[in-house]
Design a protein around this ligand. Structure first.
Ligand code: BES
Ligand code: MN
Ligand code: ZN
Length: 463
């Protein structure tokens, strides 16, 4: 979809009229129709009519906050997705952009595996915008949405295509296109670095692991020490020998690299929009399988930083691969380390799919800013406690730690496990809830949502 600015709005096309005052609508429609819209202006936030000249949608911005505008975008897209054209007229930049964001995000389709993909594809190609929006803001929005779509695509791809090697190839290709450095460590290198956690999870797999390092370091970066973003790249999670019970619990586990997709896509968006922030991305990737040589409950694994871990459940694999990446992050002496991971079912049970969960030991001001970015983008995150006592649940009889906490607060003991490996200020984000949806949720769609990308883009841009 293309967004272009226009000087005037055509009357004979589909129109979205967005304003805090209805009088501007007078010039566009007949007096009778104007009277009709005016009558319900205060009571109905979104009104519409269809005539021979096309759809007309009227939004009262006094009655619509930013996210209402995004959701109106979703509602409207369903009407106009196969139209030839659409004009948007708005008198408020933030709300017009939110509406456009909702329209664009709702236009996502993952059609690769349909025979009739061409026929299924939405026909709307271009939106013309009139009013209080700058060309720069439109470009930024388009790039950001493209990155969200990339994250969604990677997550929606089944493991038969999106294995660890393919995941790193995707990131290399984007790095070339958008001009940032990507280095892929192959299995041999991972072995020589002794990344025991990543290698243990990979033991049951037919396919090699990868460890992808992304570096975006603009000359005008505001920070000297990088922000490191770590993403869980479990391209498929069977649970390993602690096999997930079927039915259904495995069906969505191609989405277990949602954190990896979110972090790569966030950096991609920052780079394309030339945001002056120095960021490193670390993506450990593998599938988790119960193959003949799979790691087993009771095994003791020596991790990248030398910590030994007693494995009591091979389905707690995310923390095994993240721990090595988090320990690797120490070498950058980062200002802040953030990871995103579809880490625990406990996070989903606690708060459902409407928010991610954050926790960590970074300064409160970081958490406040992250929370505010969440409210602003509606890619929300809610902070959980992170007190020391939860660490006691991870004590092992024969190793430094075990990879399994107690029966309760699984999202927190998982976070505490990860914290052990990071020597710098740390935020853990569990995105297990919102990363992949089984039912349509407005512009977030159904299936992969790209959760975390808009959140972290806004957070890092405004840091
Ligand atoms: N990838 C799962 C977590 C998950 C569950 C994500 C549901 C999305 C939806 C993770 O690897 C996992 O299996 N976690 C276990 C940990 C447990 C064994 C300590 C869980 O949450 O059950
Ligand atoms: Mn698991
Ligand atoms: Zn997992």
């Amino acid at each position: 979809m293309k967004l272009t600015l226009t000087k005037s709005i055509s009357k004979v096309t589909n129109i979205v009229f967005l304003a805090e005052d209805i009088t501007g609508l007078k010039d566009l429609i007949s007096p009778e129709r104007y009277a009709y819209f005016k009558k319900s202006w205060d009571s109905t936030p979104l009104q519409y009519v269809k005539s021979i000249s096309g759809f007309l949608f009227v939004i009262n911005t006094n009655k619509a906050n930013l996210d209402d505008c995004r959701k109106h975008g979703f509602t409207i897209l369903d009407f106009v997705k196969n139209e030839k054209n659409l004009h948007v007229s708005g008198d408020d930049e933030a709300k017009t952009l939110a509406l456009l964001e909702g329209l664009l995000l709702s236009n996502y389709q993952f059609l690769k595996y349909f025979k009739a993909a061409k026929e299924k594809k939405n026909k709307l190609q271009e939106i013309k915008i009139h009013g209080a929006v700058t060309k720069n803001a439109l470009n930024e929005l388009e790039e950001l949405v493209a990155s969200v779509f990339w994250a969604r695509d990677m997550v929606n791809e089944p493991v038969s295509y999106m294995n660890a090697t393919q995941l790193s190839k995707e990131i290399v290709a984007k790095g070339k296109a958008s001009d940032y450095n990507v280095t892929v460590l192959e299995k041999k290198k991972i072995e020589s670095l002794k990344m025991g956690g990543l290698l243990a999870v990979n033991q049951g797999s037919e396919q090699p692991p990868t460890f992808t390092i992304i570096e975006y370091k603009p000359k005008n970066a505001k920070n000297k020490k990088p922000i490191v973003l770590v993403g869980k790249g479990v391209v498929y999670d069977t649970g390993g020998l602690s096999l997930k019970p079927t039915p259904h619990s495995m069906d969505l586990m191609k989405s277990d690299m949602g954190g990896a997709a979110a972090m790569a896509a966030t950096i991609d968006a920052l780079a394309k929009n030339q945001i002056p922030v120095y960021v490193i991305g670390l993506i450990p990737a593998t599938d988790n399988r119960p193959g003949k040589t799979a790691y087993a409950p009771g095994d003791v694994v020596r991790m990248f930083d030398g910590t030994t871990v007693e494995v009591l459940n091979t389905d707690a694999e995310g923390r095994m691969i993240l721990a090595d990446a988090l320990a690797y992050s120490n070498k950058y002496k980062p200002e802040l380390v953030i990871d995103a991971a579809t880490l625990t079912g406990a996070a989903v049970r606690a708060l459902g799919t409407r928010t991610s969960i954050s926790m960590g030991n970074a300064k409160d001001s970081y958490f406040r800013k992250l929370y505010e970015s969440g409210l602003k983008t509606h890619d929300r995150v809610f902070r959980f406690p992170f007190w020391e006592e939860w660490k006691e649940d991870l004590k092992s009889d024969i190793a430094d730690m075990k990879n399994l906490g107690g029966a309760n607060a699984g999202m927190i003991t998982a976070g505490k496990f990860l914290e052990h490996f990071v020597k710098y200020p740390y935020i853990h984000i569990d995105i297990a809830g919102p990363a992949f949806l089984e039912a349509q949720d407005s512009y977030n769609g159904k299936g992969a949502t790209g959760a975390g990308v808009r959140l972290l883009y806004d957070f890092l841009k405004n840091l």
